[in-house]
Design a protein around this ligand. Structure first.
Ligand code: ATP
Length: 224
């Protein structure tokens, strides 16, 4: 069963009296336990699509369903707070906080029920993702790019969400680090039953995913 679905989603920018369509009648569905990639040329609308399923922006027409419920009904803010984790190319961590403090931020605002000892959960998550206690207690600006992106992944997982969304998560990383991050995404999907959706330019990453969609001329087409 689909955990996330778009139904006849349209998105366009108004250019004078013309509408420039970025997404046209887009209907796709995503399941738990799968690692998806979205490929497409620069400017094709990949980030736009991700911002719609992240509820950072809203479709002009059509619906986005989480567990069969329109995210508009759930409430965009509530959906963002409780149901998804987002990872950005530039990490978007809070620079004056330590790694573990960054992971604690979403835990303090979610409505999801979490264990009482959230700090232990945060340390365990960082450890799972490859950052031990000494790095967890370091200011994030004192960590390497790859380590910062691991913190961002731990932060995305901290509220126990089922959907992980990432926009060019390895865009700032070297190949070795990229592979390590991709391995984490695969594990999250296959061992922890998450739905992982990654926007990327990389065919190498796409080849490692369970399903690739190619975005072109407003359509998201499954890629064999
Ligand atoms: N505020 C805006 N007003 C008008 N056009 C916009 C606006 N924001 C984005 N666009 C256009 O929408 C199109 C899709 O942008 P988007 O960032 O989603 O593409 P992308 O596939 O993620 O590109 P890239 O791979 O380069 O990041 C682009 O042509 C962009 O110029």
């Amino acid at each position: 069963m689909a955990i996330l679905e778009t139904k006849n989603v349209n998105y366009y920018y108004q250019d004078g009296d013309q509408r420039r369509y970025i997404l046209k009648d887009t209907s796709v569905s995503f399941e738990k336990g799968k690692f998806y990639t979205i490929l497409g040329q620069s400017g094709s609308g990949k980030t736009t699509f991700l911002s719609l399923i992240s509820a950072l922006d809203q479709p002009k027409e059509g619906e986005i369903l989480y567990n069969n419920e329109n995210i508009k009904q759930i409430g965009y803010e509530k959906y963002r707070r409780n149901d998804i984790g987002i990872i950005f190319q530039s990490y978007n961590l809070v620079p004056y906080l330590t790694a573990v403090e960054n992971v604690l931020v979403p835990m303090s605002i979610t409505d999801n029920s979490l264990p009482t000892d959230v700090k232990t959960v945060a340390y365990n998550l960082l450890d799972y993702i490859g950052l031990g206690k000494s790095k967890a207690d370091r200011l994030v600006t004192m960590l390497s790019g790859g380590e910062q992106q691991r913190v961002a992944i731990a932060r995305a997982l901290a509220t126990n969400v089922e959907i992980i969304l990432a926009d060019e998560p390895t865009g700032n990383l070297d190949e070795e680090m990229e592979q390590e991050i991709v391995t984490i995404f695969k594990k999250l999907a296959h061992e922890h039953d998450k739905c992982v959706i990654v926007v990327t330019h990389s065919n190498e990453i796409a080849q490692q995913s369970d399903q690739t969609f190619y975005l072109s001329k407003g359509s998201l087409v499954p890629h064999e």
